[in-house]
Design a protein around this ligand. Structure first.
Ligand code: SAJ
Length: 442
């Protein structure tokens, strides 16, 4: 079968689809393609996850509007079934690889264990003229440098002759997986121009936003660059915030006026950068730098952002000092433990970094977060007797909390605002001292 024939099968929806990795990216993609009429076989190494899915139940935690219903519908309709057996992919004309691609905490190098295993197993059953698309975020050069040789070796086939390759990085956010899949543009990087066009047709069945044909390396670069861009911008905003603190200025006012200047987009300073994408993708991009180029901007922004929880601690130390207290005498209340407001996701949480430092220094603290079982509960009870409340996450509850009640609950009336969440004058009117990131004017 040629790529043109495959393209036709894509257009008329008769191509058989496989999806390797049924996590929070792969499962929604499998369901949406099945919902668009494709026959989809999902592959996962976790039997319990496979069983749940085949019973029409979503294994994805957290609230994902529409996903559970769609999954039940497509499983009941027989359009989607999951398995742990790669042999089931023998008939797949198209296979999406959507496995985890973590970065090593210590050396920041990509860990492709799951990816290698998926490629070897898929290669062994790869159908003639199949199109293999990597949706996982990988370092630029990985599809051609790692996935292609593994598939060729395991299948005895040759790319662009006996099978085709593509990269279509996912752009989803937990909490709005289906909405993102439908509404966010995608780059369709193909190993040949015809392959890219076939990918545009494929994703056109589920994506209502732009689909941009490109080559593979471009698709890999776009994904890692868009997130590295965000990390660098946040790092820049954090440095400006610290400069504002030292110069009696208000970083939020500075940012507002800077962004009035054409084509400026200064990001938000804060207590740190968490989540599953932004702390990881800059390292994937950086790993593609030539050996004789020492990158400075990307790694430095990572270092600035990783240190922000400690900067917030310094603000707290200063605040306590103004009340005649030292950190070792104090009991701190961390408000927010997730990596992002109105989310229950705690991956790479800046609050965890701060808590670790407090443990290391033997400083007493409590954590509150309505989105985390371990830390939910009455806010004012939780902070009772503490000497400072530190806003680490912009959860709505902290924006709406009764500041007078907070003041009454605290032993020392201090609020440290790590996210520019609260109006200082409101905090001060309630009888609390206000210290905030980038607030050198207070
Ligand atoms: N953060 C800041 N300052 C900012 C923006 C974010 O400190 O100006 C912090 C947040 O508090 C959080 C971390 O950075 O701890 C990440 O926040 P995020 O808004 O980037 O949320 P993520 O990590 O879920 O990023 C995702 C990414 N989407 C994908 O990878 C598909 C990212 O590319 C999007 O830009 C982002 O969502 C978004 O805009 O919603």
């Amino acid at each position: 079968m040629t790529i043109q024939t495959l393209h036709q099968k894509i257009k008329d929806g008769t191509a058989a689809l496989g999806v390797i990795g049924l996590g929070y990216v792969g499962l929604p993609a499998a369901c949406m393609f099945a919902g668009a009429g494709f026959g989809v076989t999902g592959l996962d190494i976790k039997p319990e996850r496979v069983d749940l899915i085949n019973r029409g139940q979503s294994p994805i935690e957290g609230d994902e509007p529409g996903l559970a219903e769609l999954l039940t519908k497509v499983v009941t309709a027989g359009k989607f079934r999951a398995t742990t057996d790669y042999a089931a992919l023998r008939e797949a004309d198209i296979v999406l690889i959507v496995v985890e691609t973590p970065v090593d905490e210590a050396d920041h190098k990509p860990r492709y264990t799951a990816l290698r295993s998926a490629c070897r197993s898929l290669g062994a059953v790869l159908k003639d003229s199949a199109l293999v698309i990597c949706e996982s975020t990988v370092a630029p050069g990985t599809v051609d440098g790692l996935i292609r040789p593994l598939l060729e070796e395991a299948s005895g086939k040759q790319v662009n002759v006996d099978f085709y390759l593509g990269a279509c990085p996912e752009r989803v956010m937990p909490g709005k997986l289906l909405a993102n899949l439908r509404g966010v543009s995608r780059v369709c990087g193909g190993s040949t121009p015809e392959t890219a066009q076939a990918m545009v047709s494929l994703y056109g069945h589920i994506v209502e936003a732009d689909l941009d044909a490109a080559d593979v390396i471009t698709a890999e670069l776009v994904k890692t660059t868009e997130n590295a861009y965000r990390d660098v911008q946040i790092g820049f905003a954090n440095e400006v915030a610290m400069i504002c603190e030292a110069n009696g200025a208000n970083v939020w006012r500075v940012r507002e006026l800077v962004n009035k200047s054409p084509s400026r987009n200064m990001h938000l300073p804060g207590a740190g950068v968490g989540g599953h994408c932004i702390p990881k993708d800059p390292w994937l991009l950086a790993s593609a730098a030539p050996g004789d180029v020492e990158l400075r901007v990307i790694p430095s922004a990572r270092a600035v952002n990783d240190r922000m929880p400690l900067h917030i601690l310094k603000l707290a130390e200063k605040a306590l000092g103004s009340h005649g207290l030292t950190l070792s005498e104090a009991r701190l209340a961390l408000l927010g433990y997730t990596y992002l407001e109105e989310s229950d996701d705690t991956r790479n949480s800046p609050s965890a970094v701060l808590a670790e430092e407090l443990d290391r220094r033997g400083i007493d603290y409590v954590i509150h977060d309505p989105w985390v079982d371990e830390y939910k509960g009455d806010l004012f009870e939780r902070v009772s007797g503490c000497d400072a409340a530190i806003v680490m996450v912009k959860h709505a509850i902290y924006h709406e909390m009764k500041l007078e009640s907070l003041k009454d609950a605290l032993r020392t009336p201090i609020l440290v605002d790590g996210r520019g969440l609260l109006a200082p004058e409101r905090v001060q009117a309630a009888g609390l001292s206000y210290y905030g990131i980038g607030r050198g004017d207070i």
